[in-house]
Design a protein around this ligand. Structure first.
Ligand code: PLP
Length: 359
């Protein structure tokens, strides 16, 4: 007899993770990781924490929250830590949503968002992106009702790489009723040149319902350890997400690495500069191939392939040439499209040469 699972399990979509992890020698441009490894000082901090692995990690993540508080001038009680920012996102869904509640987000956007409604039984209201593949915030606002508990704005948006200016987010927040939690998912904010990545923090004081979701996975290059954080307008969400999760959700090595990573903002600036140089040159080469990449403010690009091209065939042909990219349809695109992370210069070369050959 087969095991009988809950109704929830039949609803929850399987996360479309990229493949290729077990294959050596591929240019890994499918998961929006950074090509730069952990800094030497971060490795040392991890080494230093290994000797204490017989002890549980600090359950309140106090040093990491203190360092984040100093860095962003947000009280530690208004900071949530997670086993990756996804952990905070899923916990927020659990704390906020239930059957008959509504959740509003744009689509295509981050592939974890559909999980929130499926897991809770809440109703997901998805709002199409505008013609420039950006969030349509006025349209999202129109979908907010008395039943809405959570609205998510992914800025810059995964998978389309675009960002909306902060002024538009501020206008949106001014109209959202205070009972609705607004998560602005800023996993890629360091790569956004539209404004200072820290400018959104000023909005927290005026909006107790605002949550800025951030991560050490991307620019800090620590996705293998899993650590993310949320800067919040009040202490309500940090308390709620701690209530629904297991204790000790953030491991000791991740805490030590994140604390050290925060002390190296110069490395962040250097990585962002190098990534943006690649962004400019890759996008230029894509345009020379007749493609029209969306205006990227992230560490990846997004472009449609045209209705006559076979997306899967192209993804497979690129893989055969040693380059792993993501197919747009797996990420919610209704037309053939690709999402490609900017890697090291030699990886980007390999991708562009392979793409030119395949097209
Ligand atoms: C928009 C967005 N938010 C959140 C995450 C989750 O990051 P992590 O759980 O590694 O912090 C990702 C990862 O790709 C992402 O693209």
């Amino acid at each position: 007899m087969a095991i009988e699972f809950s109704e929830r399990i039949r609803r929850i979509p399987v996360y479309p993770a990229a493949g290729g992890y077990a294959t050596e020698g591929l240019a890994l441009l499918a998961s929006n990781e950074t090509p730069f490894g952990p800094l030497p000082a971060v490795r040392e901090a991890i080494d230093g924490a290994i000797g204490r692995l017989n002890r549980y990690p600090d359950p309140s993540n106090s040093l990491l929250r203190r360092r984040l508080s100093e860095r962003y001038e947000v009280a530690p009680s208004r900071i949530a830590i997670g086993n990756g920012s996804c952990d905070i996102l899923l916990a927020a869904g659990e704390a906020l949503l239930e059957p008959d509640a509504e959740l509003v987000y744009a689509w295509p956007s981050f592939s974890v968002y559909p999980h929130l409604a499926a897991a809770s039984g809440a109703h997901a209201v998805t709002v199409p992106l505008d013609a420039r593949q950006r969030h349509d915030l006025p349209a999202m606002l129109r979908e907010i009702t008395v039943a809405t508990r959570l609205a998510i704005v992914c800025n810059p948006n995964n998978p389309t790489s675009t960002a909306v200016p902060l002024a538009e987010i501020a206008e949106f927040l001014a109209e959202v009723p205070p009972h609705v939690c607004v998560i602005v998912d800023e996993a890629y904010c360091e790569f956004n040149l539209l404004e200072d990545p820290d400018a959104s923090i000023d909005l927290l004081d005026a909006h107790p319902n605002l949550v800025l979701l951030r991560t050490f996975s991307k620019v800090h290059g620590l996705c293998g350890l899993r650590v993310g954080y949320a800067l919040c307008g009040s202490d309500e969400l940090p308390r709620a997400v701690d209530q629904v999760r297991q204790p000790f959700f953030c491991n000791a090595l991740a805490q030590a690495a994140a604390v050290e990573a925060l002390a190296h903002q110069d490395a962040v600036t250097d990585r962002v500069t190098r990534t943006i140089a690649e962004r400019i040159s890759v996008d230029e080469r894509l345009r020379a191939l007749g493609l029209e990449p969306a205006e990227s403010q992230a560490n990846f690009c997004w472009f449609t392939l045209g209705p006559d091209r076979d997306e899967e065939q192209i993804v497979t042909a690129l893989r055969e040439r040693g380059v792993l990219v993501r197919s747009g349809s797996a990420l919610g695109s209704s037309e053939p499209a690709l999402r490609v992370t900017y890697g090291l210069p030699e990886e980007n070369e390999r991708f562009l040469d392979a793409l030119a050959e395949v097209l």
